[in-house]
Design a protein around this ligand. Structure first.
Ligand SMILES: C[S@@+](CC[C@H](N)C(=O)[O-])C[C@H]1O[C@@H](n2cnc3c(N)ncnc32)[C@H](O)[C@@H]1O
Length: 256
């Protein structure tokens, strides 16, 4: 669906386009995503590097898939093994490209996104930290598993997992962190909550840092947040990404 925004621009919405057209639009977006994402990043990052980082994660994806294939899901639960694979390579490449040391995410469930981010922090040279917040709601996790079960033991020393409502926990966390390189929202997708998280995080995002969100079409929080800030956006796979500026970090890119 094409929606007309208040600023007069037209925008693709998710809804009633025929399936083949939607699939074509999405494929095109995926193909172009690395080239578009590097334009949000420090200027020395090339599209080829970004694509290279995205393909580094293939073994991680295979392992997550294997783990999920052995899991048992309670009847009627949302099976949380489907959505994570597309966002993983992008999150991984963003952490690598930013040379990130401080990453925050909301919404963990089994911990697929956390796993990709933590792997990238380790490849950046270690010492970085991912702070994740999740309010377990009993969905999206296989039977007998707990939040973040897909994160292996050897990555946990760089991980702070807080269980609680992001509405309460995120402000406390940001206060302690001061500046972050990357934020990814994947928790409560209500317009009110998404707006709350974006607004909270923006002032803590360093110059050049990236703000990302899953499910930006669920409501108008994303476009309403970006509108007055005039920042560029990249839309892919239902996700949205923007950056606060283009200044490179003090130490861009870690080890190979
Ligand atoms: C879509 S899942 C996250 C998936 C995860 N990012 C991944 O890659 O697999 C959404 C998670 O957000 C959690 N959640 C929902 N509302 C929340 C809130 N207000 N604060 C923190 N977490 C919340 C849910 O319990 C669920 O575990």
């Amino acid at each position: 669906m094409i929606r007309l925004l208040r600023n007069g621009k037209a925008r693709w919405g998710p809804i009633p386009l025929p399936f083949v057209v939607r699939r074509w639009v999405e494929r095109r977006r995926w193909n172009k995503a690395p080239g578009r994402l590097v334009r949000l990043l420090p200027s020395q990052v090339t599209e080829a590097q970004f694509r290279g980082w995205m393909s580094e994660v293939e073994p991680i994806t295979a392992e997550l898939r294997e783990n999920f294939s052995k899991a048992t899901w309670a009847p009627g639960t949302v099976q949380g093994d489907t959505a994570a694979y597309d966002r993983g390579p992008i999150l991984y490449a963003l952490v690598r490209a930013l040379g990130a040391r401080s990453v925050v995410e909301t919404g963990v469930a089994s911990g697929s996104s956390s796993r990709y981010i933590l792997e990238a922090l380790r490849r950046n040279g270690g010492g970085g930290r991912l702070c994740s917040i999740d309010l377990p709601d009993g969905t999206g996790i296989p039977q007998g598993r707990t939040v973040g079960w897909q994160v292996p033991e050897n990555l946990r020393e760089n991980w702070t997992l807080t269980l609680g409502d992001a509405k309460v926990e995120l402000p406390k966390l940001l206060e302690g962190l001061k500046e972050i390189d990357l934020f990814f929202h994947d928790s409560d997708h209500s317009e009110e909550h998404m707006t709350f998280e974006f607004t909270q995080v923006w002032s803590h995002l360093r110059d050049g840092g990236v703000l990302g969100s899953d499910d930006v079409y669920w409501n108008q929080a994303w476009e309403r947040f970006l509108g007055p800030r005039g920042r560029p956006e990249v839309l892919v796979g239902g996700m949205g990404f923007t950056s606060k500026g283009r200044s490179p970090p003090a130490t861009a890119h870690g080890s190979s």
